[in-house]
Design a protein around this ligand. Structure first.
Ligand code: NAD
Length: 541
């Protein structure tokens, strides 16, 4: 940027398409789904701008149709992991020196590719890989990913413009250097947008990245990679490797040039990664940045004044969209005794109308959970609730894994506010409700705050302004994303920066400037314009 101070396109949120009957987007996504379903593809590793195939492969299967194979992906051995590290490090210098507008142009181009020619493909791949309905795929793989890319470019330039004060004699400059080493991005199954954002946000800031997607998301990750390739991400800048997470991670985290971890996934895995980094601290050339957005036990608490239709809609969408597999999904609910009969009646009525099955049928509101491990775990909790004295399944409780990993939307009512499903992240379509006495509003807020180790998202429903204010204060540290009279899911880039504290993560707010700060190591440059020529100070006269 040595010949202009460029401004970038003003970002706006990508409009969500409706996919209503008769729309061109509906026809396009269903055609892409059909085509991809009937193909069998191979997803190689991507190292140094080259496809790398190994002897070791793993099948990719849609969760709603697990006997059907979409193809295989290749798994790295230690040899390919080392190759990815060497490649990234040799690409580092050139990429770090690439002018910011060139980096920005690549990722702005990626956003346009997803908005246009890749939209149907990335959504269809997300429907197949993660069993998202078309709406859930659209708000994730298309819109949120586009928003991440566009807003991050704007945030980068805002950050670059943040400069220290200078005087007539001294010009002070801050250079936002990329980290000296490589960034390791580990992504979860549940959002294609997160899979794209974790490597690309660090790369945008001039870092080289080794990206390991979740096994369960590789089928849509390969479309993300195709977008990066077509947008012009140079060889070695983003390398994608799949395989045994433990082996890959041990190799990467024990390397002296490891300089940052960009992780989203479960809390236990993240704690383990942090511990490994601590154990290796003497090996590193630089203190690594550690960013981890992790689990949640997200709540909805209703006041007796709550709007009932709004509350029930928030519960249905917040707890059961994408089968409760959003980190922000409502999974514990606190309802006052006085409104419980009406709330439960409306809730049961709405839940009975939910259709569940393949995402190929747009009438389905719910599909399957991600894999057999998740299915079996959810079944264990459902069965336990059926036999526990202090829990009662008041809706659903059925499951079937013959064709896909289907779990019915399930509501457990408990008399124990510390019942296991009020505290443990299950990551599935299971909501637990605790009914409290109306007079216990304030103690209930305390209970909400102290029940779980997590603090990701939460919502309060009330039409009483004093009660809302009490909740805002009492729940200050209970959620990093707090909602008033709305569901606790559906954060939008640029509007509700996302992340939680306590056991939910480092709260570096993905899709905000705060996150990008973690991928730079600023250098202060002071240039003296009035050069001192004499060491003596006036006080010495
Ligand atoms: P996961 O922890 O099982 O896997 C996440 C990633 O970590 C995957 O790539 C996986 O292969 C890898 N991994 C697993 N074990 C590992 C190990 N021992 N060493 C290194 N890497 C390992 O999580 P998931 O099931 O893919 O995603 C669901 C979890 O992610 C939930 O806990 C959810 O709350 C959380 N999540 C949080 C946010 C957020 O912003 N806070 C967003 C999305 C998901």
């Amino acid at each position: 940027m040595d010949k202009g101070v460029f401004s970038v396109p003003k970002p706006h949120n990508e409009p969500v398409k409706s996919y209503a009957p008769g729309t061109p987007e509906r026809a396009a996504v269903l055609a892409a789904y059909n085509q991809m379903y009937h193909q069998s593809i191979e997803v190689p590793l991507w190292i140094n701008g080259q496809e790398v195939r190994t002897q070791d492969t793993q099948s990719m299967n849609p969760p709603h149709d697990h006997q059907h194979s979409l193809g295989v992906f290749h798994k790295a051995s230690k040899k390919e992991v080392k190759q990815a590290i060497d490649t990234a490090l040799s690409a580092r210098e050139k990429w770090a020196q690439t002018p910011w507008e060139q980096r920005a142009a690549i990722f702005l181009r990626a956003a346009e590719l997803i908005a246009g020619p890749y939209r149907a493909r990335i959504n269809a791949a997300t429907m197949l890989a993660q069993s998202k309905t078309v709406h859930q795929a659209e708000i994730d793989a298309a819109c949120e990913f586009i928003d991440f890319l566009r807003f991050n470019v704007a945030y980068m330039t805002e950050m670059y413009q943040e400069q220290p004060h200078s005087t007539a004699e001294t010009w002070n400059r801050l250079e936002y250097r990329p980290l000296e080493g490589f960034v390791y991005a580990i992504t979860p199954f549940n959002f294609t947008a997160i899979a794209g954002n974790l490597p690309s946000s660090a790369a945008l800031m001039g870092n080289v990245v080794i990206w390991k997607p979740s096994d369960a998301q590789v089928f849509s990750a390969q479309v993300v990679l195709d977008v990066f390739k077509e947008a012009g991400v140079p060889a070695g800048v983003i390398n994608m490797i799949m395989g045994d997470p433990v082996m890959i991670t041990q190799e990467l985290l024990s390397h002296p040039d490891f300089s940052g971890l960009h992780f989203t996934g479960s809390t236990d895995v993240f704690k383990n990664l942090w511990q490994q980094i601590g154990n290796n601290i003497h090996k590193y050339k630089t203190y690594p940045r550690i960013v981890g957005e992790t689990g949640g036990k997200d709540f909805i608490v209703a006041h007796p004044s709550a709007d009932l239709d709004g509350l029930v809609t928030a519960i249905v969408r917040g707890a059961f969209e994408f089968q409760g597999q959003k980190c922000s999904a409502a999974s514990r609910c606190y309802i006052p005794q006085s409104i419980w009969p009406s709330v439960s009646e409306k809730l049961m009525h709405e839940l009975k109308t939910i259709k569940q099955g393949s995402p190929e049928n747009p009438q389905n509101f719910m599909t399957a959970v991600i894999h057999e491990g998740s299915f079996d775990k959810l079944v264990r909790y459902i069965e336990q609730a059926k036999s526990d004295q202090d829990a009662e399944i008041i809706f659903g409780g059925g499951y079937d894994k013959t064709k896909g990993y289907f779990i019915e939307p399930t509501v457990i009512k408990t008399t124990d506010p510390h019942y296991t499903t009020m505290e443990t992240e299950l990551f599935g379509p299971v909501l637990t409700v605790y009914v409290y006495q109306d007079s216990d509003w304030e103690p209930t807020l305390k209970l909400v705050d102290q029940t779980s180790d997590y603090a990701l998202t939460g919502a309060v429903f009330s039409q009483d302004r004093y009660a809302l204010d009490q909740a805002v204060v009492a729940l200050e540290n209970s959620a990093g994303n707090f909602y008033i009279n709305d569901k606790p899911t559906g954060a939008v880039v640029g509007q509700q920066p996302f992340g939680g504290a306590r056991a939910s993560g480092t709260n570096d707010k993905a899709g905000s400037k705060l996150n990008l700060y973690r991928w730079v190591s600023p250098r202060t440059v002071k240039e003296q314009l009035a050069v001192a020529k004499n060491y003596r100070y006036p006080f010495m006269d």
